[in-house]
Ligand binder design. Sequence first.
Ligand code: HEM
Ligand code: HEM
Length: 216
Amino acid sequence: MKHWPLWDRAVRTIHWYFPVAITFMWWSGEEGLYEWHSWVGYSLIVAVTTRVLWGFVGSPSARFSSFIARPTTVLAYVRGRPFTGEGHNPMGGWATVALLLAILLQGVSGLFSSDDVMFEGPLMYWGGEWSGFFAEWHEINWLLLQVLVVMHLLALTYHQLYRKEPLLGAMWWGKTANRFSLSKPKTTSLALAIALVIAGLLYLLITLAPQAPSYY
Ligand code: HEM
Ligand code: HEM
């Protein structure tokens, strides 16, 4: 039987974009490089939304339905029941949902935020009085995202080094000798088409949003 990649090209490209782009967002947010913060932020919104939609129409192992486990299954796994599936284990599945959601909320709250001085998210005037709330959320959610990433790295270290499960190799190469899929992945061009449509919709949203009111 053929061994297909467990993580298709779309999942891997989007995944490795996260640490690079999120580190950049941290630096640009702190340094006040607002133009760059916006552009890379838009690209992250497109990447994470594409991954979420890929979770419904993408390759079998990328689908939420293949890795979102019932609470009882998660509990049994935590208590030591071995995991025999292909992709994310029951805990990893929920960690994936949490990480994707946190990145999405970070991006969307940024669109409506303002620092009250120089930097306005493009949808700030749609947010109206809520803009302050979104800016606060952008700050709090950033803490949450950092906590999730640290937990992600700790969990990976545990699996990779202590339990000797080659998670890293599969996320880099797509598959390893003992981590692969038995189902054929979906074509990368479908993911690219989804990303293009989302980018177009985001562009429309940003250009349609009201500008700063003129007081003159
Ligand atoms: C999804 C990825 C994003 C990450 C990880 C991120 C991260 C950050 C960080 C770390 C800060 C500095 C927080 C602080 O010290 O107060 C910041 C500030 C800010 N970001 Fe983002 N951001 C993201 C997306 C966006 C987007 C898409 C926009 C809008 C185009 C945006 C708009 C802003 C604004 C307006 C501030 C200043 C808020 C303030 O000073 O209260 N961000 N962001
Ligand atoms: C900002 C940093 C990071 C974020 C937001 C992040 C997010 C994620 C997400 C959402 C997944 C699920 C993949 C999917 O189904 O689409 C994942 C899986 C994975 N990540 Fe990360 N990641 C980050 C950094 C890293 C780093 C630095 C490494 C390696 C040193 C890494 C290694 C992995 C591996 C090996 C998996 C697969 C886990 C499994 O087999 O179940 N990640 N990550």
